[in-house]
Design a protein around this ligand. Structure first.
Ligand SMILES: *Cc1c(COP(=O)(O)O)cnc(C)c1O
Length: 367
């Protein structure tokens, strides 16, 4: 029975929590390909001079790595407040290992057994998974045509389900759909609980688009979540953060693990924020490639949705798994998010985007 080759124990043999039985883990394929456009990363490497400054800061932090890091990551919170602006102060900021951990801590503090989380499907695949992990009941609300979310539709769902937490993805992943401040205001007014606005892609919005950060004054139940994983080209470093009333951070202190942000992570993130302008230098270029994807896919006869992010969801695909495979044969990885007739692609570098669009043109002329 103790064979080193065959695995005989399965999940079913373990005393797993009943509410986790039958659940599936997050599973975006991680494959080594020439053109990886599947998880909405910034596919431009960070500038080399910034990398060298970060290395120096990480090296400095290593000299005292025998000690626990600053549990309050004060310098990082000050840097994040400075980056966000909007008059925010460090005591309104909180950070964690990716915004996924930010959302998890929020659910640990405000959700849990007997409580509910309302989101609007299709949305970020992690929301129901984080709900399951924290024992929170997930409620999937609907959207309007073209995956838009009007104040009326959203508020009606809040009134009907009276959730403990509402999560709004702005712009929405995987559809790219921008969300108006009007919808956020209506949801907040209709709800009795926490309202999270996940602004993971905020930096890719058209110039002049107001952030939900502008709604924070006077709304102590509102949380705006951000990440350095996308526009900041820092996905591998794992740094997400939120802005909210200082009392919200007091709630999160009750559930976070002590010293959850390593000294190396703190040093790296502070270094990246010190070069925010350079780190974000490719954002305009990525937006151009996104707009190019929308235009060219439209010309090829597909139905791309409007996008305020660094990716595009497009419909009009007859056989999504066949197209996914045919692109993969060409060493191009995109994402099948499970919406019938639709696939999602991230805007890459100009060369990566060209490779994708040329492959799409070749595949379309064949069929
Ligand atoms: C990518 C993404 C995140 C970011 O996750 P991190 O843990 O910060 O890397 C959060 N929310 C949405 C909607 C995303 O698409």
């Amino acid at each position: 029975m103790h064979s080193k080759i065959a695995r005989v124990t399965t999940l079913g043999d373990l005393p797993l929590r009943d509410d986790l039985r039958g659940q599936t883990p997050y599973g975006a394929p991680q494959k080594r390909v020439r053109v990886a456009l599947n998880v909405n990363e910034n596919s431009h490497p960070i500038p080399e001079d910034v990398a060298h400054d970060i290395i120096a800061r990480v090296a400095q932090a290593l000299l005292t790595i025998n000690r626990y890091p600053d549990r309050e990551f004060t310098e990082l919170r000050e840097a994040l407040a400075g980056y966000l602006g909007h008059g925010l102060t460090a005591e309104q900021l909180w950070a964690a290992n990716g915004s996924n951990e930010i959302l998890q801590q929020t659910l640990q503090a405000f959700g849990g057994p007997g409580r509910t989380l309302l989101g609007f499907a299709p949305s970020y695949s992690m929301y129901p998974i984080l709900a399951a992990g924290t024992g929170t009941t997930w409620i999937a609300g609907d959207r309007d045509a073209d995956y838009e979310l009007s104040p009326q539709t959203a508020a009606a769902w809040v009134e009907r389900t009276s959730p403990d937490i509402v999560i709004l993805c702005s712009p929405n992943n995987p559809t790219g759909t921008p969300l108006s401040l009007g919808t956020i205001e209506a949801v907040y007014a209709a709800s009795r609980g926490i309202v999270i606005v996940d602004e993971a892609y905020a930096e890719f919005a058209p110039d002049g688009t107001p952030s939900a950060l502008t709604l924070l004054p006077g709304r102590e139940r509102l949380i705006v979540s951000r990440t350095m994983s996308k526009a900041f080209a820092f996905a591998g470093a794992r740094l997400g953060y939120l802005a909210a009333d200082p009392a919200v951070t007091d709630a999160l202190r009750l559930v976070r693990l002590p010293y959850h942000l390593s000294a190396l992570t703190q040093a790296a993130a502070i270094g990246a924020l010190a070069h925010a302008g350079e780190m974000l230098a490719m954002v305009d270029e990525i937006k151009e490639q996104r707009d190019r994807i929308v235009t060219v896919l439209g010309e090829l006869g597909y139905s791309p949705l409007r996008s305020g992010s660094n990716f595009v969801l497009f419909g009009g695909v007859e056989d999504t798994s066949a197209m996914f495979d045919q692109l993969l044969e060409r060493d191009i990885l995109i994402r099948d998010v499970g919406i019938p007739g639709h696939l999602r692609v991230s805007a890459g570098t100009e060369a990566e985007t060209t490779a994708f669009l040329e492959a799409m043109a070749a595949l379309s002329s064949k069929s």
